[in-house]
Design a protein around this ligand. Structure first.
Ligand code: 0RA
Length: 663
C-alpha cells in the first residue's frame, strides 16, 4: 500500500552503527557530512523533507500576507520545483556579508527566510533548517527570483554557487522559483511519491485557508489543487468523511495575548457516532504528535464548559453519574491549530508544545466561545451531552465487567495468557513478542524461536475490528485481552507504553490477502488504543520469504520476484547473476533447480522460520511509523469505519499498489 501514511522503514538488525570521529565542520559541508542531523534521516522521509522545507518558505511568505499561490511540480528528470507569488528573495547586496542576499540565503546555514527575525511573525518548518540544507543535499539547484520588475537566476551544486546572480531580463510578476535534484549519493532513494507529498500539502491547505497549492506530477500527468477556504471546518469534515457526524463542526478562532506576543488560536470540533477520539494538533503548521499545552488547554476547557452547561440546564438526571473528560471525547474529532511566536518544543520527538502561557490562552478562548455557542444552539448542546452520558454509562458498565474479569484473574499481569510462550529474559529492551497468525504457524514459531528473548503469542483467526466496537465488547474479546495482558502496559486511562514487557512487537502474518487484513486489524488496535507504541517505533512487521530456490543441497530464500530471479541466475552461474527476463517461471525443475512458493507461514518448518524470518542476523523487519497523523486517521476510518462505499473506493484506488497479492 504505497498510499498508506503508515510507512515502513526497513531495519536491518544485523548491522552495527559505529560513531565516526568528531570533526569540526563548517557551513554546508556539515550538512553533507551528517545529513540526518539536519533533516532527520536520509530515507524517504528525509527525501520528502526537502520538498516540505522548500514549501515552508513559501508558506511563510504567504502567512506574512505576501503570497497566495504555490505550485509544486514533480518533474520527469527526478527534480522538484516550488514556485510562489510572493515578494521574491531579495537579490541586492547583503548588509553584513556584502554579496547578494540570495546567495547568502542559499549558501549559508540557518539563513533561510527567517534570517531577519522581524521579517516574519511566525514561522513553520519542523527542523527550521532552511532552504540552504536543501541546496547542500542537491546535485543541482536553480533559484529564480522575480522582483522589482526583473528576473534573476543563480545555480548551485552541492550547496555551492555554480553561477553568479544573473539578471535575465524584465519580469512582470513577483515571486520565487526553486528547482532541485536530490543527491543520490546522500539519499537511499531519490524517487518522490505523489501521495506522500499530497498528504502534507492538503494538510497545509486546510491549516492555511488563504493559500492555494497546486501539485503536479509530470511523470504521469496527475494534478491536484489544494485550496480549502473553509479551513479547519473542511479539515474536520474530511477526516470524518467516512463517518456520520451527529453535529455540524463548531469553529473557534481568536487571538490571545501574553507577554510573549500574540497567539493565534484556530480550533474546530465535531462529534460522530463512533467511539474513538481523533484530535489532531498543530503549532505553526507542525503536527504536534505528542500534544502539549495547546491540547491540554483545549481538553480542560471542553470538559469544564460542557459539564457546566449540563448542570446549569439540568441535563444530568442521574446524579450518580459524573461525566469525565474521556466521556466528552468519545466520538470527538477535532483539529487544534495555534500559531505561536516562539514555540518551545519538548518531548522525545520534539513534537510537544511546552509554552506554559498557551494552556491558559486556549482554555479561556475555547471556554468563552463554546459557552456562547452552546447557549445559542441548545439542540446541538443536548446532542453532545446525551452522547457523553451514554459514554459514561458504558464506561461504568465496562468497569464492572472489567472488575469481574479481574476477579477471575485475567487482566492481571501475574496471570499471563495461557497460549503465550513467554521468553526467559525480563529485560524489555532485549525482549520481543511475535503476534502470529494461526495456531500452526504459532507452533513452528514456538519451536524455532530463541526462547531467551523471543516470546510467541498465537492469535486465532481475525481479531475484532476495534474501530467499530465499543469498549465493553473490546474488553470481552479473548484475542484482544490476550494481547493487552501479554504486553503488560495496561489499558485505556491506565495505559503506559513504558511498561510494555517487550521492546519489539512483531506482527507476523501470511503475505496474502487474509494476512494483510489481519495486519490491518492489529494496526487498527495499536493505532486506536496503543498509539504510543507506534510512535516509539516498537511495532514491526515480519517479512517471511515468498520463495525457496533449491539446487542440490543449496537452499536460498527470496522475498520478491526480483530476488528470486537473481538467485536463479547465480545458481546457474550466469555472468551477471541475473536470469534473463521471463525465464524464471519456465525454470521450475530445469537444471535441477526447484522453486517453491510458500503459500503461508504454516508451510515453513521451525528451522526455516527461524532462519528466514526470526533470526535477528538474517531477518528483515519493517518498522511501522506514523508519517502523517491526519492521513493515517483517515485511512483507518476508511478501511475500518462503518460506511462501505468509501472503503470500496479506497481499496479500488489502491489495488494497483498492492504487490505480492496471492489470490
Ligand atoms: C526575506 C525577505 C523577503 C522575502 C523573503 C525572505 C522570501 C523568501 C522566500 C523563500 C521562498 N519564497 C520566498 N519569498 C520571499 C522580502 C523582504 C522585502 O521585500 O521587503
Amino acid at each position: 500500500m504505497s498510499d498508506s501514511p503508515l510507512s515502513e522503514n526497513v531495519q536491518n538488525d544485523g548491522q552495527e552503527y559505529h560513531e565516526g570521529s568528531i570533526k569540526v565542520l563548517e557551513g554546508l559541508e556539515a550538512v553533507r557530512k551528517r545529513p540526518a542531523m539536519y533533516i532527520g534521516d536520509t530515507g524517504e522521509r528525509g527525501l520528502h523533507h526537502l520538498i516540505f522545507e522548500t514549501v515552508d518558505n513559501s508558506i511563510d511568505e504567504a502567512l506574512a500576507g505576501f503570497a497566495e499561490k504555490i505550485y509544486v511540480t514533480l518533474h520527469r528528470d527526478g527534480s522538484c520545483s516550488v514556485l510562489d507569488d510572493g515578494r521574491g528573495i531579495p537579490t541586492g547586496p547583503h548588509p553584513v556579508k556584502g554579496i547578494s542576499t540570495l546567495e547568502v540565503v542559499m549558501c549559508t546555514l540557518h539563513a533561510g527566510g527567517k534570517f531577519d527575525k522581524n521579517t516574519y511573525k511566525v514561522s513553520g518548518g519542523l527542523h527550521g533548517v532552511g532552504v540552504s540544507c536543501v541546496n547542500a543535499l542537491s546535485t543541482e539547484m536553480t533559484v529564480e527570483v522575480y522582483r522589482e520588475g526583473k528576473q534573476f537566476r543563480q545555480t548551485y551544486s552541492e550547496g555551492k554557487p555554480t553561477s553568479k546572480v544573473n539578471e535575465l531580463g524584465p519580469s512582470e510578476k513577483t515571486g520565487t522559483y526553486s528547482r532541485f535534484v536530490p543527491d543520490p549519493g546522500i539519499f537511499s532513494t531519490t524517487e518522490f511519491h505523489f501521495d506522500r507529498v499530497s498528504d502534507r500539502l492538503r494538510e497545509l491547505a486546510f491549516l492555511n485557508p488563504q493559500i492555494s497549492i497546486t501539485l503536479r506530477d509530470e511523470r504521469d500527468g496527475r494534478e491536484e489543487i489544494y485550496h480549502t477556504p473553509g479551513g479547519l471546518v473542511e479539515f474536520v469534515k474530511y477526516i470524518d468523511s467516512s463517518r456520520s457526524q451527529i453535529i455540524d463542526p463548531i469553529n473557534i478562532s481568536d487571538i490571545g495575548q501574553s507577554n510573549d506576543g500574540a497567539t493565534v488560536v484556530d480550533i474546530c470540533l465535531a462529534y460522530n457516532n463512533g467511539y474513538s477520539e481523533d484530535v489532531l494538533s498543530y503549532v505553526n503548521n507542525i503536527n504536534t504528535v505528542e500534544g502539549g499545552t495547546h491540547v491540554s488547554g483545549f481538553r480542560s476547557a471542553l470538559t469544564r464548559t460542557l459539564n457546566n452547561y449540563a448542570s446549569r440546564n439540568n441535563l444530568l438526571k442521574n446524579d450518580k453519574i459524573s461525566i469525565t473528560g474521556d466521556d466528552f471525547r468519545e466520538g470527538l474529532t477535532a483539529v487544534v491549530s495555534v500559531k505561536v511566536a516562539e514555540p518551545q518544543f519538548e518531548g522525545q520527538t520534539k513534537t510537544k508544545l511546552g509554552n506554559g502561557e498557551v494552556d491558559g490562552i486556549v482554555r479561556s478562548i475555547v471556554g468563552e466561545h463554546l459557552d456562547t455557542y452552546l447557549d445559542s444552539n441548545p439542540t446541538i448542546a443536548k446532542k453532545i451531552i446525551n452522547k457523553a452520558v451514554l459514554a459514561a454509562e458504558a464506561r461504568l458498565a465496562a468497569r464492572k465487567s472489567r472488575e469481574l474479569v479481574r476477579r477471575k484473574n485475567a487482566l492481571d499481569s501475574a496471570a499471563l495468557p495461557g497460549k503465550l510462550a513467554d521468553c526467559a529474559s525480563r529485560n524489555p529492551d532485549e525482549c520481543e513478542v511475535y503476534l502470529v497468525e494461526g495456531d500452526s504457524a504459532g507452533g513452528s514459531a514456538k519451536q524455532g524461536r530463541d526462547r531467551h528473548f523471543q516470546a510467541i503469542l498465537p492469535l486465532k483467526g481475525k481479531i475484532l475490528n476495534v474501530q467499530k466496537a465499543r469498549l465493553t465488547r473490546i474488553l470481552e474479546n479473548d484475542e484482544i485481552r490476550a494481547i493487552f495482558t501479554a504486553l503488560g502496559a495496561g489499558f485505556g486511562e491506565e495505559f503506559n507504553a513504558e511498561k510494555a514487557r517487550y521492546g519489539k512487537i512483531i506482527l507476523m502474518a501470511d503475505a496474502d490477502v487474509d494476512g494483510s487484513h489481519i495486519r490491518t486489524l492489529l494496526l487498527t488496535l495499536f493505532f486506536n488504543y496503543m498509539r504510543e507504541l507506534i510512535e516509539d517505533g516498537k511495532i514491526y512487521i515480519a517479512q517471511p520469504p515468498l520463495y525457496k530456490v533449491k539446487k542440490g543441497k543449496k537452499e536460498r530464500y527470496a522475498f520478491n520476484d526480483q530476488q528470486r530471479d537473481e538467485i536463479l541466475g547465480q545458481l546457474r552461474g550466469d555472468r551477471n547473476g541475473i536470469a534473463a527476463d521471463g525465464e524464471a517461471q519456465a525454470a521450475v525443475s530445469k537444471d535441477g533447480i526447484v522453486i517453491s512458493r510458500f503459500k503461508g507461514l504454516g508451510e515453513m518448518n521451525p528451522e526455516q522460520l527461524w532462519e528466514t524470518t526470526m533470526n535477528p542476523e538474517t531477518r528483515t523487519l519493517l518498522q511501522v511509523t506514523i508519517e502523517n497523523a491526519a492521513a493515517a486517521t483517515k485511512v483507518f476510518e476508511t478501511l475500518m469505519g462503518d460506511q462501505v462505499e468509501p472503503r470500496r473506493e479506497f481499496i479500488e484506488r489502491n489495488a494497483q499498489y498492492v504487490k505480492n497479492l496471492d489470490i
